[in-house]
Design a protein around this ligand. Structure first.
Ligand SMILES: NC(=O)c1ccc[n+]([C@@H]2O[C@H](COP(=O)([O-])OP(=O)(O)OC[C@H]3O[C@@H](n4cnc5c(N)ncnc54)[C@H](OP(=O)(O)O)[C@@H]3O)[C@@H](O)[C@H]2O)c1
Length: 241
């Protein structure tokens, strides 16, 4: 067993679920967190049945108290949190002139505030225990802006900037990684309600890679020796330009 406790937000589907399965199989002790607890329970049960250690915990990352309770609960149960993977995200794309302001706010709440809540809940624990590793799942949208993606890309540029700031401010005992996926098979595009953006995404997302490709990048980053800090990884489908 790799004696490390890894908390993954957004572990009920897609990249978070794939990361939980991979890390669970590699011997990490995995805490799967999201709102759909039935999905979390299923995945945790699979990891456990395969000989791993995994628990499912309900969390809404937009609620700071919820995230604090998650981290405090994990520390109480496992004794530490060694890796916190800020992965939960939503992507209801639309043109700005569609004025889907509630969806803009949802992206800000989950993709930016949710990330900050994860950092705020975990940073004091990392300092108290003398180290830890933050992993942010950002996006290729943290590196380029596409039409219909103004707010989503802004939220991911913010995720990139917050994570880079965290790296610069952190003691060497705290490692910080940003992973930026290209198009990955998941439920992410299901959050798009705008018909124009849905149509555009069907062709944009035609070439994709499995979520496990990103899980492998997370595993690589956290599996390095303590003095090796993998700060950035971009993983695209070979066919994505
Ligand atoms: N798939 C891609 O092409 C791609 C590309 C670049 C970046 N990403 C990023 O990868 C991350 C994972 O997305 P995915 O592709 O795996 O999509 P996904 O299958 O839709 O997974 C998103 C996860 O976020 C969770 N989530 C959403 N709102 C939440 C909230 N308020 N509180 C807690 N959890 C919440 C969802 O769980 P519940 O609904 O159960 O809460 C779900 O587990 C996101 O940050 C996304 O922006 C994905």
């Amino acid at each position: 067993m790799v004696n490390k406790v890894v908390v993954i937000t957004g572990a009920s589907s897609g990249i978070g679920q794939a990361a939980a399965l991979r890390l669970g199989a590699e011997g990490y002790q995995v805490v799967l967190a999201a709102r759909r607890t039935d999905r979390l329970d299923e995945t945790a049960a699979k990891i456990t049945a395969d000989g791993g250690t995994a628990v499912a915990r309900a969390v809404d990352v937009t609620d700071r108290d919820d995230v604090v309770a998650l981290v405090d609960g994990v520390v109480g149960e496992f004794g530490s949190v060694d890796v916190f993977v800020n992965n939960a995200g939503v992507m209801p794309l639309s043109r700005l002139d569609a004025l889907l302001v509630d969806e803009w706010n949802q992206m800000i709440d989950v993709n930016i505030r949710g990330l900050l809540h994860g950092i705020a809940a975990t940073l004091p624990q990392f300092k108290a225990q003398g180290g830890g590793h933050f992993v942010t799942v950002a996006s290729i949208g943290a590196h380029e802006v596409v039409a219909t993606g103004a707010v989503y890309c802004a939220s991911k540029y913010a995720a990139w900037a917050i994570t880079e700031g965290l790296r610069q401010e952190s003691d060497p005992s705290i490692r910080v990684t940003t992973i930026s996926p290209g198009v990955v098979e998941s439920e992410l595009a299901d959050t798009i309600s705008d018909p124009t953006a849905q149509a555009a995404m069907r062709s944009y997302r035609a070439v994709s890679i499995p979520a496990d490709a990103i899980a492998a990048a997370i595993s690589y980053a956290i599996g390095q020796p303590d003095d090796v800090d993998v700060n950035e990884i971009i993983v695209r489908p070979a066919g994505q330009r």
